[in-house]
Write a protein that binds this ligand. Sequence first.
Ligand SMILES: [Zn+2]
Length: 281
Amino acid sequence: MQVAIIYHEDFGKKGFSVLKERIQPSFEKLMESGLVDGEDVQVFRAKPAPIELVEECHTASHMLNMKNDPYREVAMLSVGSVMMAAEMVATGQAKRAFAYTGTAGHHASRGSCWGFCYFNDVAITIKRLRQMGLERFLIVDVDPHFGDGTRDFFKDDANVFHINLHSGSDEVLDTEKNNYDFGITFGAKNERFLTTLKSALDLVKDFDFQMAFLIFGHDSHQDDYGGFDLTIEAYPRMAQMILDAVGERGLVVVLSGGSCVHVAERVIPDVISVLAGRWPA
Ligand SMILES: [Zn+2]
């Protein structure tokens, strides 16, 4: 199949308060869009991540802090969603995947977390993929908030090529450990964002990765709460640029920040239609 979509109704019911309102309406719009045809594009129900794997990635004190957190359960389900998406791509069941989440992951470090994040979904998933024999990964984080948790996991790991496009001034080009940060002016519009993304992706050309993750926060939309000023049109173009860079390798899109229902209703189906090779519709 071309695209596997991993979803669970609890993301909309029990997800982090800021993030959850967009979940069900965007999923309903997706189902109405005709994209999900039961063949090329299919929906699967997320399962919680295995606790042992989460414990291997986070410190014992972090796990203890999370023990009674009201969002713990939906955070485990969110990690499980990303993991299921990546496993389906790794085993060839799906060429690409889109993972819905109820909590985000990129601000979760080994020993702490903030900003609607609890466990680092992508880092835990990479641990799993390495058990399956994959080694080299590309992570493109376009959520306007800096992915500090993901950086904590991979800052010394040259086999993970980590790109952050964030609203800030930091520029990092660490070619030894493959950490790349592009600070874009607060309020950056479509062209600035897409031009920067293009130059970031140009750096990946010589890196021989096996699977890519797109950390997709639509809090970058002008009506949403993040630092960029993008419009609806930017998102399918962004997804297509990333798809062009990934080529025939696997791609997993991980839902990250964003709260605006009307934005999610448009950009989630739009991005999935790019993954399905059906853009423009
Ligand atoms: Zn964000």
